[in-house]
Design a protein around this ligand. Structure first.
Ligand code: SF4
Ligand code: SF4
Length: 451
């Protein structure tokens, strides 16, 4: 790394890092056993939360040079925040990580292709839903026409990194462009109305995972919710925030706050742990902006995960049934460590008749997906995934349930890598709950149940 680049990073660290938060770390080490990268590197302190905090503080204090080793330590971190709930001092590690990445990656020396890739995705795809739909529909054309079969036959995907090659095989069926463009804006409850909610539909969730979004609104309707879906909302900005693009994340946060502002709703519902975990931090993201601080706080106060409102509205007490199977659950790190929602999905799954719920060992440990981590840090990601799959297979589950699209694809990738596709699958929790609701409804047809 050039001297001038080191000086730039050092001054960016001084400007962007929250020094009080760095000082909160007492170096007790309670967080070490919870850190996947510390474990996978054979207890390497550089890849632990305590080690990373020491490096960040060292750079701010000017006693450590922002070397490649420091940059690598920050890059290898999953951002899973498993170190937060176990920290007795309450260190908000996720925020420190975002600040460090913002300091390193803003205006840094990237290759032209890196710059172009970041610019295309961060400026033109994720923030603009129209472009996201256009790009996704190309994927759909790739799947539906013979191109996918042809590409596979020719082995063209072999030229891509391993995880990308396998990821291509586990993508869900992409909806048609017409369907992605024609999304509902308002839905009435189909039962006695208990709540009025707004739905945060997201960018990827409303395109590639559009059917899971539809399942989410169906469940909300069955649970007694009237739903509004503001058209002007957009991507949550999590990928930007986690990749050192804090300023762009702020722009997207403001757009979303504005889209939901003034709505007479009880909650804003999310169904992707990664998005929800970032949305609940909008108040911190905008804490230094006097015009937006309070508006962000009001927005954050209304965020609720789908599993949490379903429990509040006693959805789990309705008949839910599936043909007998063992299932297990993989936590979404940001749903668990950011939104503190982890018992609700388990209560819901345990309430399905016919299901034998088996808790997976280390279900709260990251699966290695972590946004684009499985592509940019594929070796470590696959190492973590292999550990996860060993534990998943031990449960003898037929279905691995998750609550975030990234985790879902990673689990499907793990199943493929293990060669278990014939006996195992992975699903988003709302898809499974809707299936259980509809199965019970069909079984009870003609009985006294009024579903
Ligand atoms: S548990 Fe918290 S205070 Fe202790 S070393 Fe880890 S981050 Fe620092
Ligand atoms: S965020 Fe996850 S990977 Fe990073 S230091 Fe914390 S526990 Fe380790």
């Amino acid at each position: 790394m050039e001297q001038v680049e080191k000086e730039r990073i050092q001054s960016a660290f001084k400007e962007k890092m929250d020094y009080d938060e760095l000082m909160n770390c007492t170096r007790c080490g309670f967080c070490l056993p919870s850190c996947p990268t510390y474990i996978e590197t054979g207890n390497n302190e550089v890849h632990s939360p305590r080690g990373r905090i020491a490096l960040m503080k060292g750079v701010v204090d000017g006693v450590i040079e922002p070397s490649e080793e420091v940059k690598n330590s920050i890059d290898v971190c999953l951002g899973c925040r498993a170190c937060e709930p176990v920290c007795p001092s309450g260190v908000k590690f996720g925020r420190l990580l975002e600040q460090a990445r913002d300091a390193i990656y803003q205006e840094n020396e990237q290759t032209i292709s890196e710059k172009m890739l970041r610019k295309t995705f961060f400026n033109h795809i994720f923030p603009k839903q129209k472009n996201m739909i256009n790009l996704t529909s190309l994927l759909g054309i790739y799947q539906r026409t013979g191109i996918q079969t042809f590409t596979r036959k020719l082995g063209i995907m072999k030229f891509f990194p391993d995880p990308m090659e396998t990821m291509e095989k586990v993508l869900p069926d992409i909806p048609r462009k017409k369907q992605m463009k024609k999304r509902p804006k308002h839905l009435n409850s189909v039962k006695e109305k208990k709540k009025k909610v707004a739905f945060f539909s997201g960018c990827l969730m409303d395109t590639i995972f559009m059917r899971t979004n539809d399942a989410t609104t169906n469940l909300l309707q069955y649970a007694g919710c009237e739903i509004v879906i503001p058209e002007t909302q957009g991507c949550c900005g999590a990928l930007h925030g986690h990749s050192g693009e804090a300023e762009k994340a702020r722009v997207m946060a403001k757009k979303n706050i504005q889209a939901f502002e003034g709505m007479d709703v009880d909650y804003i519902i999310t169904n992707a742990g990664g998005c929800g975990g970032f949305l609940v931090d909008y108040d911190y993201l905008l804490k230094d902006d006097p015009e937006w601080k309070e508006r962000a706080e009001k927005f954050v106060a209304k965020i609720k995960d789908i599993t949490s409102i379903l429990i509040d509205l006693d959805f789990h007490k309705q008949p839910l049934k599936l043909p007998h199977r063992i299932i297990t659950y993989q936590d979404s790190c940001h749903l668990r460590n950011g939104q503190k929602t982890f018992m609700e999905p388990r209560y819901l799954l345990e309430s399905i008749e016919g299901v034998n719920y088996v808790e997976m060992k280390d279900a709260n440990r990251c699966c290695g997906s972590a946004g684009i981590y499985n592509i940019v840090q594929s070796e470590m990601s696959m190492q973590i995934l292999d550990h996860k799959m060993t534990e998943a297979i031990k449960t003898e589950a037929k279905t691995i349930v998750t609550s975030n699209p990234g985790c879902l694809l990673q689990m499907k990738l793990g199943i493929k890598r293990e060669g278990c596709s014939d006996t195992m699958d992975a699903v988003h929790i709302v898809d499974l709950l809707l299936e259980a609701y509809e199965y019970a409804k069909n079984q009870n047809k003609g009985t006294a149940f009024n579903l």
